[in-house]
Write a protein that binds this ligand. Structure first.
Ligand code: ADP
Ligand code: ADP
Ligand code: MG
Length: 663
């Protein structure tokens, strides 16, 4: 076994790999960029080497420097994690040439699976079922159109070099094909430097079910069952679970064997995932090969949870030349596991990625690793920032239960115990998904989020009155603590000093609410919110929680104050309320009106307009790429484009004015 490895990645996956290495008494070397100088993954490793600037191309993609770092520190092998260099065959080959073991498949296997079209040609030969489509080399637009007509609409055009949910266009009918093809090729060229596409039958309401495979250098292969990753947004995974609901042993075996055949066809070694798209016809499922990801996957912990195995340990063993630790007939599924990806983003704002500081980052209690009932994989600590340089994932929450129902309940509880303040996250959105009828009943397909949109977006689980009550309770508790009396010393709660009335005003979503708090001679409190008066009672409820009763409503709340805003977390969900200082407030809201600014730092991908163009409200003007996602900037009103301030390819800072419009 290796004595020292270098981890060529950052964030949660670097920490994840380091954890297994430590358990196996293998020393670790981290690499880091400027932005990550104090990152958790650097701390998690025994040594660390600075490899460059904050942008990935200046550091985590600088593979010569990374190989040099391995050489200098005496690391015998490099673990690439996922993303970055993990599927870069030139890097894998260069490691081998430098006498360093690449912990992953041979460069030839990465290359064979690297382009979707070429991979499909290989899979066709290996007898793996494919989505009906065209994956030839001839890229003549007229030919592609004929192929699409032959396949029958709707079709999906995919960048052959694509990944991460990018470079795909669904086309509903023949008339739209040429336009969609041109735009897909453009995106493919910009994002992947290769405009080749393939055309596939668009499977309606499909499921995404993938098989974890493993191979060793002795030619042994196993499959570690499936993961259902159907819950997606923007073709990216949101929740992943194993086993897949409704999967039969016969179907599992057929898919598993097809995945092993795929791996065998490219002499695969190490951990890989074969992704299938599954068409459901009543109780019957037809599965088709989509692509193979030649690396450890983000969602590998759900497989670890149901098998009790450590896949990173398997990767290290295989890379060191050992045989697979178990045979197919020794592998078993136990219970059910679900992973939720906690991301810095605003689901209500079309999943716009967010940046900022994790002022509060409280996690639910976690248990042991592989088969723990609650596991949290992350690469950040309270106080760390989510920067614009890398992707928006903050943490992964993985739960395991005896049944799906148990895992689901555990996930909801764990999400309720995840408190993040300082930037927008999808935690509440995930809770709504988990509680939605479709997810609860395992009615899974890639349109789930769209179908359940009515209960997922713009939800307010707490309400103004309870939020106001919790905010007032928190304030009184803090005032008491400041005044020097132990706020938790009285069993009947705290009483405000003296009697009297305090006037308050709250901002809650778009609402402004007047309120007042009256303290009686006996210390009792009456809170009036928008004219409705109710007694307010509260007391300590363990940790930082406060048990709040307002009239008939009760909750257990944890409230964090950041600036003027109280962030209220309750078992029913979280909300924010702002207590406005009446004197300071005189209607000074900034008019954000018609400025066309970058919502976050990023790169200008394209402009859809030029100076002098007339535009109408809502019309797309520019596309900005930030945190690996594309955002369309739309016209706020009818007007005329006066000037473009940047050119495609330019980096812009947050708030930069992208173009001027006169209205
Ligand atoms: P996986 O199945 O391993 O999660 P995905 O298809 O979700 O892979 O993601 C593909 C690649 O995109 C991964 O290598 C990962 O680094 C990156 N990625 C994952 N999540 C996001 C995200 N929210 N935004 C942008 N890129 C992402
Ligand atoms: P990427 O490399 O970006 O992960 P994939 O080929 O794996 O690209 O597809 C990503 C997602 O797009 C799938 O998980 C699925 O939701 C959707 N998708 C892909 N192919 C099809 C198809 N033929 N029909 C319908 N949806 C598809
Ligand atoms: Mg994929």
């Amino acid at each position: 076994m290796f004595r020292k490895i270098l981890i060529a990645n950052r964030g949660e996956i670097a920490c994840r790999v380091a954890a297994t290495a430590r358990r196996m008494a293998i020393q670790t070397v981290a690499v880091y960029s400027d932005a990550d100088a104090h990152a958790k993954h650097v701390q998690a490793c025994d040594e660390a080497v600075h490899v460059g600037g904050s942008a990935p191309r200046d550091s985590y993609l600088q593979w010569q420097r990374i190989i040099e770092a391995a050489r200098r520190t005496g690391a015998e092998a490099i673990h690439p994690g996922y993303g970055f260099l993990s599927e870069n065959e030139a890097f894998a080959g260069a490691c081998t040439d430098a006498g360093i073991v690449f912990i992953g498949p041979p460069a030839s296997a990465i290359q064979a699976m690297g382009l979707k079209a070429q991979a499909k040609q290989l899979m066709e030969k290996a007898g793996v079922p494919l989505v009906p489509g065209y994956h030839g080399g001839d890229q003549n637009p007229a030919l592609l159109q004929r192929e699409a007509d032959r396949i029958g609409y709707p079709v999906l055009i995919k960048a052959s070099a694509g990944g991460g949910g990018k470079g795909m266009r669904a086309v509903e009918n023949a008339a739209d094909f040429a336009g969609a093809l041109a735009s897909c090729q453009r995106e493919a060229r910009n994002s992947f430097g290769d405009e080749a596409v393939l055309v596939e039958k668009y499977v309606t309401r499909p499921r995404h079910i993938e098989i974890q495979v493993f191979g060793d250098t002795q030619g042994n292969y196993v499959y570690l069952f499936e993961r259902d990753c159907s819950v997606q947004r923007r073709h990216q995974k949101v929740l992943e679970e194993a086993p897949a609901p409704g999967m039969t042993p016969a179907m599992r075996q057929r898919m598993g064997e097809a995945a092993v055949a795929a791996a065998r066809a490219v002499n695969y070694v190490g951990a890989g995932t074969v992704e299938f798209i599954v068409e459901q016809r009543g109780a019957e499922m037809n599965f088709f090969f989509m692509e193979m990801n030649t690396r450890l996957q983000v969602e590998h912990p759900v497989t670890e949870a149901i098998t009790g195995l450590d896949l990173v340990e398997w990767q290290l063993r295989v890379a060191a030349g050992q045989p697979l630790p178990l045979r197919q007939d020794e592998l078993r599924i136990q219970g059910h596991a679900i992973e939720a990806r906690i991301c810095a983003e605003s689901p209500d704002n079309n999943f716009l990625p967010a940046t900022g500081t994790l002022h509060v980052y409280r996690k639910p209690p976690a248990t042991a690793f592989q088969r723990g009932t609650v596991r949290i994989d992350d690469g950040v600590r309270e106080g760390d920032a989510i920067s614009p340089y890398y992707d928006s994932m903050i943490a992964k929450l993985i739960v395991h239960g005896a049944t799906r129902e148990e895992a689901l309940a555990r996930l909801d509880t764990a999400l309720a115990g995840t408190h993040i303040v300082g930037l927008s996250t999808n935690v509440q959105f995930l809770r709504h998904v988990v509680r939605s009828r479709s997810f609860a009943q395992a009615d899974l397909d890639t349109a789930l989020i769209q179908r359940e949109a009515g209960v997922l977006f713009n939800q307010e689980p707490v309400g103004l009155e309870l939020a106001a009550a919790a905010a007032v309770a928190k304030t009184l508790r803090d005032e008491r603590a400041l005044a020097g009396s132990d706020p938790f010393s009285r069993r009947d709660g705290w009483r405000s000093h003296g009697t009297g009335v305090r006037r308050l005003e709250f901002a809650f979503g778009a609402r402004q609410a007047k309120a007042q708090l009256a303290t009686g001679h006996d210390g009792s409190l009456v809170l009036t919110v928008e004219g409705r008066a109710e007694p307010l009672l509260f007391e300590a409820a363990g940790d930082d929680a406060i048990a709040v009763q307002y009239g008939e409503q009760r909750t257990r709340a944890v409230v964090y104050t950041l600036g003027e805003t109280d962030h209220v977390f309750t078992p029913a969900g979280a909300t924010q309320i702002e207590a406005i200082d009446l004197l300071a407030h005189a209607g000074d809201q900034a008019a954000e009106g018609g400025r066309l600014t970058a919502p976050m730092p990023g790169k200008v991908v394209s402009f859809a307009v030029k100076a002098g163009d007339k535009v109408s409200k809502g019309q797309p003007l520019a596309v900005l790429e930030a945190m690996k996602m594309e955002h369309t900037i739309a016209a706020p009103a009818d007007g005329t484009v006066a000037e473009l301030m940047y050119a495609p390819g330019d980096q812009v800072v947050e708030g930069a004015e992208l173009l001027k419009i006169t209205v």
